[in-house]
Structure formats: structure tokens, C-alpha cells
Design a protein around this ligand. Sequence first.
Ligand SMILES: Cc1cc2nc3c(=O)[nH]c(=O)nc-3n(C[C@H](O)[C@H](O)[C@H](O)COP(=O)(O)OP(=O)(O)OC[C@H]3O[C@@H](n4cnc5c(N)ncnc54)[C@H](O)[C@@H]3O)c2cc1C
Length: 382
Amino acid sequence: MATNTFAPTSVQATPDLPILGTSSHVAVIGAGAFGGWSALSLLRKGIKVTLIDAWGAGNSRSSSGDETRVIRSTYGANSFYFDMNVRALELWKEHEQRWNKKLFYNTGVLWLCYEEKTPIVDDSIPFAKRHSMEYEYLSKSDLQKKYPLVQTDDLHHGWLDSHGGYLKARESCQAVLEGFIAEGGTYIQAFVQPGQISSGSMQGVQLSNGTHLKADAYIFACGSWLGYLFPEVLGNVITCSKQEAYYFGVPRSQSRQYDAMPVWVDVDGQDFYYGIPGNANRGFKIGVDRRGAKFDPTDGERISDPAVLAHARAFIAHRFPGLKDAPLVESRVCPYENSPDGNFVLDKHPEAGNVVFLGGGSGHGFKHGPALGEHVAAVLGG
Ligand SMILES: Cc1cc2nc3c(=O)[nH]c(=O)nc-3n(C[C@H](O)[C@H](O)[C@H](O)COP(=O)(O)OP(=O)(O)OC[C@H]3O[C@@H](n4cnc5c(N)ncnc54)[C@H](O)[C@@H]3O)c2cc1C
């Protein structure tokens, strides 16, 4: 066994994976954003799909289980993720209509830039032009006029991407699962234990309901659990960190003004605070993209770290002075499923040709779910 030396292939490369014909049966383990959308897309290729999740689609332990997630195309000079997000956005809109459920909130995404040059946004501008999704440049005085709730002293300018916004996260996972079942997929709620590997294949998986399931291929889309399920192969590859999101209560006299703000990202080059005002009426949500402590996604207690909260409070008091004394109305601890370089992983088990790993969302995977699922189905479904 290649102990912890496995270097997984990123989804950007076309990996050498099993090809599934329409008579094949595939088991997808994990009904989060990655597994749910992949199961649905494979089903639409005519493949028999069984989707299994230990605690249900969008459950509170999963990375996809928060209330909301940002959707933005901006990825610096990385056109792969820009393009994937453009396709994802199309599919989110299409499925909202199909399922008659509002999942995407087109609030726009406001980038708060400290320097004249901000590569994460600047380098995406050619892609935005290519897709006719231009951003609006906002000088400091434009920012002050348009967003008086934002303190701009240390900012140089802003960019408004009017095409982005936020998605309902856990509700989307449930909608995908309902769609999957309505279109003929089989769903089982059970914990899956990977089975024995012999002659280059996994010989079935063991379910916590006592059954043994045999399929032609197994896609493990288990988010933060991948490293725990395959410790020898992925233990040091997919790592789980504790991330916190806080929902603050806005002043009662200005609730509408705060809710009307776009999603924002503070490009300070270190913490990367971001926020989802309104956040489906749950409070003014803020998160930070800095990696937290190592976390156990099954048994880890979901309690905020006072030091991380204090840091977030200091930030919000600085950037939104009107929220200096805002009460915390809710908070969440959520796991990041980090890959070594932040890229999504799509690869096969080094010793079992019928086992596929799908994960490594690394704090930015949710929005891509539908386009990633389509990609997985195109690669595996022939
Ligand atoms: C705080 C935070 C903020 C984020 N912000 C954004 C954002 O703004 N925009 C964005 O696009 N992305 C964001 N992300 C990242 C995004 O949420 C994840 O990349 C994405 O949800 C990963 O989906 P997944 O399906 O791989 O994992 P998960 O959602 O964790 O799903 C894995 C599923 O597998 C199941 N499972 C695990 N092991 C087993 C087993 N053995 N048997 C059966 N089932 C099993 C679990 O129950 C779970 O439902 C954020 C993440 C966090 C934590």
C-alpha cells in the first residue's frame, strides 16, 4: 500500500477512470454537493445509481450543511474554475425552474480591494469579458456613496460582480436528492464502510443497516471523511479543518439596508473575511477563509473558539462600524475538506480500479456542484 504518498489527480486533468456503460450500477457514497449532483448527472446518463449518506443530504456535520454558500466566478487567473462556475450558474438557474424552488439569490458580489492591483479580481477580468459578465469598477467615493454601511478608509476601490450572489446550501442538497429520487435513483441512509480490495477491485461495501452492497463502481464523495475512510491512501491528503461562520443581528432600524447589501469579500491578503448579508433571514453572516484547527467531522463538538470569534468581531467592527455591538444570533462550525493544493480531486484508488475519490472542495466547492457533477458523468459515463 502506498502509505500517504498518493498524489491525487485534480479534476482539471482528465484522469484514467473506469468507464461506466448504461448497464452498470454505481454506488455514490455521500449526498453533499459533490456526491448528490454527480449521482443525479450519472443517473441522467442512463446508469443505475444508488446514493448513500450516513446522516442525510445537507446534514449539519457535512460541509454542504450550512444555510448559504457564496457563488462567484472570480478565481484570479484560473480560467478552469471561472468557466466551471459559469456553467454551474446556468445549471443552478435551470434547476431552480425545474424544481420550482428558489436556490440562487443574485445579490451580486462586492470585492473590497486594498491595493490598486488586486490579482484575484484583476486577472479574472478577461474571462468576465469573454463570458459577457463584466464587473463594475467602484472608486473609493463610489463605494462610499453606494455602500454607506462599509468603512472605506483603508480601501483603494471595489469591484462589483453583478452576476454572483449566494445559494441556499442545505436546502439545495435536499432538492438534489428529491430530484434524484423523482428521476428514478435509489437512496439509502446508512454509514458505508469500504469493503475488501482484491484482484484490483473493491468487493462491495458494508452498510450500517447490516447489508452488503455490490456495484460495478464506487464513488466516494465523502467530503471531510475521505481521509478517515481511507487513512492509508488519503489520511494526509484530504485533511479536515474547523471553520466557523457567525450570524450577527443587525440594528432593528437598518435591517433592510443591511439585507440589501451584496455578498462581499474583503481582499486583505491574509484572512479573507467574506459575508452574506441577509443570509436567508438568519443574520448578517461572516466567515473567514483562513484554515482553522484540525477537526474530526464525526465527533468534533461544534462550539466556536472564543479567540476566532473575537477576531471576527474586531474585523466586523472595523469594516461595518454600525455592527460594533451587534449580538451574535447564531454561529456554525463547519468542516473544510482540504486537498493539498486547494484543487478538487477526481481520481481512482491506487489499488482498486473500481473505486473513485471525489472531493477536496477546500472551502470553495459548493457552488460548482452541478457543473462538477456533469463533468464527473461525462468522464465516467463515457
Ligand atoms: C464555513 C464554510 C464556508 C464555505 N463557503 C463556501 C462558499 O461560500 N462557496 C462555495 O462554493 N463553497 C464554500 N465552502 C465549501 C463547500 O461547502 C464544500 O466544498 C462542499 O460543500 C463540499 O461538498 P462535499 O459533497 O464534497 O462534502 P460534504 O458536503 O461534507 O458531503 C459529504 C457527505 O458524505 C457523507 N458521508 C461521509 N462519510 C460517509 C460514509 N462513510 N458513509 C455514508 N455517507 C458518508 C456525509 O454525511 C456528507 O453528507 C465552504 C465550506 C465551509 C465549511
